[in-house]
Design a protein around this ligand. Sequence first.
Ligand code: SAM
Length: 277
Amino acid sequence: MVAAARALASRQDDALFHDPYAEPLVRAVGMDFFTRLLDGEVAGADIEGAGADLMVHLIAVRTRFFDDFFVESGVRQAVILASGLDSRSYRLPWANGTVVYEIDQPQVIGFKTAEMAALGAAPTAELRTVGVDLREDWPAALRAAGFDPVQPTAWSAEGLLVYLPPAAQDKLFDDITALSAPGSRLATEYHPDGAATIGARSKAISEQWGADGANLDISDLFYTGERHHVVDYLAERGWQVSARTRPEVYAGYGRSFPDTELLAPMRDSLAIVATRQ
Ligand code: SAM
C-alpha cells in the first residue's frame, strides 16, 4: 500500500521525491487492487477525503520527511526499522562510507532483495539486511550483521508503531536507546488520538476500497490499547525531542492538510525527530 502511494506520489506535478522502484515493486507483489490503482482504474477522489488521494498525499509528505531526516542526519550508520518496500537504500544520496541496515520480517526482506536484484538496482550505500521479527531479539540480529553501537546512528521507525503491541513499542524504544551512542538521531511518528481512531478510520478506508474491489481489511493489522506518548517516553530516556503536527509538516513542504471533520483526529499526528544526549 505504501509503495503504491509512493509510485503515485512520484507522478505528482509537484512531486516531493521520485521513487522509481515503487511501481515495479507493487507490480511484482501482484495484488490486483494496487495494480489497478497504478493503472488509474480505481477512483482516487472519494467520500470525505478518506481514500486514495489522501493516502498518496500523506505518504508523499511522510516519505519526504524521512528522506530529509536521513540526508540531513550527517551520520554514517543508519537503521531503517520495518523497511518494507521502501527503497531509500537504493535512491538516497548517502554520504560516502555509510552503512544502512534494513530490518523487517524475513519474507519481506527476501522478497525485496530478490526483486531489486531482478530490477538491476544497486544500493547507494553499503546495505545490510536483517530479517527478524521486531517483537523478538532484533538487537542481537542487528549486532550479528555488524552494527556498531559505539558509533552514532540515524534510526527511522516509519509506518511501524501501530503494527506493534504497546509493550513492543516501549521495548523497541528501550532497545534503540540502549544501542544509541550520544549524537544518535531518531525519526518516527506518533498518533496521540490512539489506535481507536486509526482503527475506525482504516475500517472506513477498507470499506471504501472494498467497494472498489479490494479484498483486504487493513484494520486487522493494527494493535489497539493505550500507548505511551512517544515524545514523553523518549524525553524520559535521555533524548532531546522535537515534534511537529501534520499541518505543520505539510506546510513545510508547501502543502495544506485538508480541513475536514473526518480527518480532524489525524491533524494532531506528530512527526518526531530526537537526538540522543
Ligand atoms: N517503513 C516502510 C515504508 O514506509 O515503506 C514499511 C511500512 S509498512 C506499512 C509496515 C512494515 O512493518 C511492513 O514491511 C511489515 O512487514 C513491518 N512489520 C510489521 N510488524 C513487524 C514486526 N513485528 N517485525 C518486523 N517487521 C514488522
